[in-house]
Ligand binder design. Structure first.
Ligand code: ZN
Ligand code: ZN
Length: 351
């Protein structure tokens, strides 16, 4: 099969023929029809996640949808020909977290494109496929499904599962990249009033298009003060969708007392990722609920897909370009310069 292979960190991916993935008894092979390209892939490509990443050479890609091609001998539910979407956090289906419905915090998490070969290829193997593969409604195209990628699922869980945003509440979203734009659309669809913060006018214009009521350019204005003014004291919920010191600080300060600050953006690796917090004031005295959010439990997928199939959520709106395996490296270089707005999805796996 063709695959875009990461052979050396930071160097162009090698689009070449590699052996097909091997089928396990509990797994399935899917023919990948679409796969999103994401900043998490870029982090892996840069070499930031060594130790966590499978050893090189490896195949990235964790935002896959496709058609089941082959199933292992223990598979009972999944059928050849099924249209499916793959969670980027695959659970073992048997640990306490999986049994309680939180496969995203599974004790034996498997992550396609990170801990094993993923969807930058014609075919991919999915472990524990009866548990992990999610049927894709006919109304949802592959491109739209992969446009959901990790960002839309992650945001869905962050905004609704962890942030528990309610109609009429103010929610501030810091960073209008893929995760932020998804969070804006999901929160707006849930009836919340959304304030988007970014340093790029282009991204803020996009944020408005997908449902932000107000936008703040934090390169020009102090976002914390602006949010306090708009919301008369701070938003009920804030989301840091980026994960740098500045957005994390702003997110914590923009939330009102007893509000919910949800951390979705991962901080950089190493010393830069160790961020000191004013715990006494920002968290204790204000009784702010500061929660992390990671991926999306498989149990929430049917709810998300119902909304996408019904058209009340439109992850396809975030897809701004399609490309081939050979185009991934160019997207990485655009990410180097923070030039990417919206999502590029691979739909051509032949070159
Ligand atoms: Zn588990
Ligand atoms: Zn992703």
């Amino acid at each position: 099969m063709k695959a875009a292979v990461l052979e050396e960190f930071g160097k162009p991916l090698n689009v070449t023929d590699v052996p097909d993935p091997q089928l396990s008894d509990d797994g399935a092979i899917i023919e990948v029809k679409a796969c999103g390209i994401c900043r998490s892939d870029w982090h892996g490509w840069k070499g930031e996640w060594q130790g966590f990443l499978a050893p090189l050479p490896m195949v990235g890609g964790h935002e896959m949808s496709g058609i089941v091609k082959e199933v292992g001998k223990n598979i009972r539910k999944v059928k050849v020909g099924d249209r499916v979407i793959v969670p980027f956090t695959c659970g073992d289906g048997t640990c306490q977290h999986c049994l309680e419905g939180y496969s995203n915090t599974c004790e034996n998490l498997a992550m396609p494109g990170f801990t094993y070969n993923g969807g930058f290829a014609e075919y991919a193997h999915i472990p524990t496929a009866d548990f992990n593969l999610i049927p894709l409604p006919d109304a949802v195209a592959f491109e739209q499904a992969s446009g959901m990628g990790c960002r839309f699922m992650t945001s869905y869980h962050g905004v609704l599962g962890v942030g528990k945003v309610k109609p009429g509440e103010w929610i501030s979203v810091f960073g209008a990249g893929g995760v932020g734009l998804s969070a804006i659309q999901i929160a707006a669809a849930a009836g919340a009033n959304v304030i988007a913060v970014d340093i790029s006018e282009e991204k803020l214009a996009f944020a408005k298009k997908v449902g932000a009521l107000h936008t703040i350019n934090s390169a020009k204005d102090n976002p914390v003060q602006a949010i306090k003014d708009i919301t008369a004291g701070g938003s009920q919920v804030s989301i840091d969708a980026l994960g740098i010191k500045e957005t994390l600080f702003n997110s914590l300060q923009a939330v009102r007392s007893r509000g919910r600050a949800v951390q979705i953006g991962m901080t950089p690796m190493g010393a830069e990722g160790q961020i000191p917090l004013d715990v006494n004031y920002w968290i204790i005295a204000k009784e702010v609920n500061f929660n992390g959010s990671f991926g999306m439990p498989r149990a929430e997928f049917p709810l998300l897909l119902n909304q996408v199939a019904a058209g009340t959520l439109r992850p396809g709106d975030l897809v701004t370009a399609t490309t081939s395996l050979g185009g991934i490296t160019d997207v990485y270089h655009d990410m180097d310069n923070f030039k990417v707005s919206g999502v590029t999805v691979i739909t051509d796996f032949t070159k």
